[in-house]
Design a protein around this ligand. Structure first.
Ligand SMILES: CC(=O)N[C@H]1[C@@H](OP(=O)(O)OP(=O)(O)OC[C@H]2O[C@@H](n3ccc(=O)[nH]c3=O)[C@H](O)[C@@H]2O)O[C@H](CO)[C@@H](O)[C@@H]1O[C@H](C)C(=O)N[C@@H](C)C(=O)N[C@H](CCC(=O)O)C(=O)O
Ligand SMILES: Nc1ncnc2c1ncn2[C@@H]1O[C@H](COP(=O)(O)OP(=O)(O)OP(=O)(O)O)[C@@H](O)[C@H]1O
Ligand SMILES: N[C@H](CCC[C@H](N)C(=O)O)C(=O)O
Ligand SMILES: [Mg+2]
Length: 496
């Protein structure tokens, strides 16, 4: 696309010089590291850097046009001044990548916990119908079967539009996408035409960023207030899928113009689960879809996973898939890597790897394991550095209160002192001197598995699927599954 054609979509812009030499745009980017010959570079003011300071570097790397909101010196290279470069970036990327979101059925999932699980469930349901699917989230971006790495749960808008464009090229029809609160505030989904919005739950997290729960709640509400403010009248209008047992889910009913489909367990809901029975191999419950009832057995463990299943079911139901077909896919679903992932061993000790990294997630994981463990539940837990400090004492307290033995260790310390993070966790515990502490995660895992006896379960919480540990700014290979398997094997050999 020619630059002049592309920037037509920006209103109220000032272009200097107005008679610039037009060119075919090779790439649109906000990052100097990506710039190639004939790129357009968008200068964005970020939390750490101001992109306007990288303009010269972008021009040297081949940028032929700059989009900016503040005055920049560009020599001969044309500058398009806009009121807000992030918004301009959203509008430009939508046009550059062919308004891809309009050609796709996009299901956005938001909430503190359960987004990755629900998006994978949705992906599995649509795949089982023979559809080509896309997935965007914490673990990766997936186009059909092809996996692309990701830096954020919800990527920046250009990466997102580029990914959606690739999905259209590969004949994807439905996309399940995690929408983080931070992305909603930062406009990373501006211009994305969501068809269905799903709310899982809201509890404490990310207060380092949002500061207050009210701000955090407002961020989540944006997905629903931006959904479906027009009615087609064809019966294919937008749908908000809301967890009605969560007070925020109840409030969101007021924020959206979209059709509402409620789900829940405790309160009366359109999609409801009753008679939930959790056992070590999975969970049984009755699924009520308005007036009809189906018995269901799933392989995932825990009451919280029943909520995740209801959310995914409701999204698929809203998309018009037949109940029996959805249920067949849910019954076959094996679970998500690093979410209540069970490792058994010949020793009779089991380990569960789970991505619980919030107070509520940890509480739910421990409550679930308490119901299925034959004997004790041990818990290895740390908290991430450069993240919400307030959740540390809460998670420390929960780990000690809801397990038989809690062992404190490091998660991803990032640029913080790991010992200080652990001290903060210990400040939430009544008898901190009774908590075994191992700064090195490997040692904590080994200790927990050594201490465990037949019938015990060791929960290794916080890092789930992650195959790295971030210490300082360095990423080192570290995988809880590998470490736990190694420790279980050693225990097995020692027992012989
Ligand atoms: C604090 C924060 O949210 N930062 C996010 C934000 O960065 P930013 O816009 O502030 O960027 P910046 O680093 O200050 O740089 C400003 C501009 O200069 C440009 N730049 C910078 C350096 C350079 O050499 N060249 C260059 O061009 C950058 O490309 C950028 O355009 O926008 C970037 C692009 O969208 C994100 O990648 C980045 O996420 C960082 C890595 C991050 O850790 N974010 C976390 C807190 C986050 O967003 N988490 C959520 C929730 C996770 C969950 O609950 O699952 C997520 O969605 O991942
Ligand atoms: N519905 C739920 N309610 C409470 N806790 C949950 C729920 N679903 C999952 N969890 C817990 O939260 C952890 C993370 O789950 P998941 O990865 O699906 O959430 P997420 O919202 O994608 O998290 P993130 O914000 O890191 O992307 C799980 O390992 C589990 O312990
Ligand atoms: N999406 C979450 C993941 C936290 C995972 C945990 N292992 C940590 O590093 O704190 C975040 O970036 O806050
Ligand atoms: Mg996630």
């Amino acid at each position: 696309m020619q630059a002049s054609k592309l920037i037509e979509c920006l209103r109220f812009k000032q272009v200097f010089p107005a008679d610039y030499a037009d060119f075919a745009v090779a790439l649109l980017t906000q990052n100097t590291k990506e710039v190639v010959e004939n790129s357009i570079f968008v200068a964005v003011k970020g939390a750490q850097f101001d992109g306007h300071r990288f303009v010269e570097q972008a021009i040297q790397a081949g940028a032929k046009m700059i989009i900016a909101q503040d005055k920049v010196a560009t020599g001969e290279v044309p500058v398009v001044y806009v009121e807000n470069s992030k918004r301009a970036m959203a509008i430009l990327s939508s046009r550059f990548y062919g308004n891809a979101s309009q050609a796709l059925r996009i299901i956005g999932v938001t909430g503190t916990n359960g987004k990755t699980t629900v998006t994978h469930l949705i992906e599995a349901i649509f795949r089982a119908q023979g559809e080509e699917t896309g997935l965007v989230g914490t673990m990766y971006r997936k186009v059909g079967n092809e996996i692309f790495p990701t830096k954020n749960t919800t990527p920046d808008i250009i990466t997102l539009q580029r990914t959606l464009n690739k999905m259209v090229e590969r004949h994807v029809s439905t996309v399940a996408m995690e929408v983080s609160s931070i992305a909603l505030i930062q406009g990373r989904v501006w211009g994305i035409d969501f068809d269905i919005g799903v709310f899982t739950n809201l509890s404490r997290d990310h207060l380092d960023y949002h500061k207050t729960m009210a701000n955090y709640e407002h961020a989540k509400s944006l997905l629903f207030s931006q959904l479906g403010n027009q009615y087609s009248g064809n019966g294919d209008d937008k749908v908000a899928v809301l967890n009605i047992d969560d007070p925020v889910g109840q409030k969101l009913q007021q924020d959206t113009a979209a059709h509402v489909l409620t789900y829940g367990i405790e309160r009366s809901a359109m999609i409801q689960a009753t008679d939930v029975k959790i056992h070590s191999q999975g969970t049984d419950f009755k699924l009520h879809v308005f007036e009809q009832v189906w018995p269901l057995r799933v392989k995932m463990i825990g009451l919280f996973n029943v909520y995740n299943i209801l959310a995914a079911f409701a999204a698929a139901y809203a998309a018009g898939i037949k109940v029996e077909k959805i249920l067949a896919a849910l019954t076959a679903f094996p679970g998500v890597k690093g979410r209540m992932q069970l490792l058994t061993s010949t020793t009779g000790v089991s380990a569960v790897i789970d991505y619980s990294h919030t107070p509520d997630g940890l509480l739910k994981a421990l409550e679930t394991l308490d119901q299925v463990a034959q004997k004790r539940v041990l818990c290895v837990i740390g908290c991430g550095g450069d993240r919400d400090h307030g959740k540390r004492p809460k998670m420390g307290g929960i780990a000690v209160k809801y397990s038989d033995l809690a062992i404190f260790t490091s998660d991803n310390p990032r640029t913080e002192d790991p010992q200080k993070i652990i001290s903060s966790m210990l400040s939430g515990v009544e008898q901190p001197d009774r908590v075994p502490v191992f700064v090195k995660r490997r040692e904590a895992i080994n200790y927990a598995i050594q201490q465990a006896q037949t019938g015990d379960i060791v929960l290794i919480a916080g890092k789930g699927h992650e195959d790295y540990q971030i210490i300082g700014k360095e990423k080192h290979h570290f995988d809880d599954v590998e470490e736990a398997m190694k420790a279980l094997r050693l225990k097995g050999q020692a027992n012989k």
